[in-house]
Design a protein around this ligand. Structure first.
Ligand code: NAP
Length: 254
């Protein structure tokens, strides 16, 4: 029987690429994000191309009541084999003493609280099943802190800690927990971070070969398709020309 995966943040970037990868593997998909038209377009593409079952649910993961409604009333009582906690964002890049509190709240509410809300709903189902896989999309920012990344780094450190905590609590219940920590991936991420400033966003990837969303989807699929007794607990995935959060080799550099 086909497995079922929930992927949050499937309207763009890593989440969308993961949905395509999982559709190729024959998973039934439950896809979420706020932009309904994008979800519907992806649903019809995946259903026609891969003949898999796809349901889409547009809601804001920052809003606890919307997450609860999705989990308790929209997805029914089917077995959830995989939860990919991918929805997330960076908003702003400035020293903390000049930071925008609205940016901070958006990042904390999405990357930490949203991830917790949905995990709190889905993990008990996995415990009851004594099986499942929670795959959290963290970041190199959850391992290293870089200047001006302060609150984003804090949220991804939280994702790292939550992944570690979950693993220590679920290892004896047949549930796998994976933290995927990408470096620079060229998606809409930087456009969102710079509040729609596409020029500034493209500078982030200037003169270097960033990862693509497909590269990370490939890693997520790898973790998901290991034999049941193998848990890929942690994956740090960087572009070859990125040495750390702050070291990037660009073509213009000697
Ligand atoms: P992206 O292209 O901007 O995609 C972000 C996704 O998250 C979108 O589908 C977006 O959907 C969803 N999302 C954001 N806020 C949401 C909310 N309040 N409610 C529901 N969904 C929400 O960026 P990406 O690079 O694929 O990012 C995916 C994950 O990878 C994030 O957790 C990010 O922190 C992490 N990451 C990215 C990079 C990178 O360099 N790109 C590096 C390390 C880690 P809607 O806007 O339609 O709601």
């Amino acid at each position: 029987m086909s497995k079922t995966a929930i992927i949050t943040g499937a309207t763009a970037g890593i989440g969308e690429a993961t949905a395509i990868e999982f559709a190729k593997l024959g998973y039934n998909l439950i896809l979420t994000g706020r932009r309904k038209e994008r979800l519907q377009k992806l649903q019809s593409e995946l259903e026609s191309k891969y003949r898999t079952s796809v349901s889409v649910h547009a809601f804001d993961i920052q809003v606890k009541a919307e997450v609860e409604n999705f989990c308790r009333h929209e997805i029914g009582d089917k077995t959830i084999d995989i939860l990919v906690n991918n929805a997330g964002l960076a908003s702003g890049l400035s020293p903390l003493h000049e930071g925008d509190v609205d940016d901070w709240e958006k990042m904390i509410d999405t990357n930490v609280k949203g991830l917790l809300y949905i995990t709190r709903e889905i993990a008990p189902r996995m415990v009851a099943q004594q099986s499942g896989h929670i795959i959290n999309v963290g970041s190199i920012a959850g391992i290293e802190v870089y200047p001006n990344g302060n609150v984003y780094c804090a949220t991804k450190h939280a994702v790292h800690a939550i992944s570690e905590g979950l693993r220590r609590e679920l290892y004896d219940k047949g549930i796998r927990v994976t933290n995927i920590a990408p470096g620079l991936v060229e998606t809409e991420f930087s456009i969102v971070r710079f509040h729609g400033d596409e020029k500034r966003a493209s500078n982030v990837y200037d003169g270097m070969e960033a990862l693509t969303a497909n590269d990370i989807a490939d890693c997520i699929a790898f973790a998901a398709t290991r034999p049941k007794h193998v848990n890929i607990a942690e994956m740090l995935v960087l572009p070859t020309n990125q040495g750390s959060a702050t070291q990037v080799k660009r073509k213009s550099q000697p």
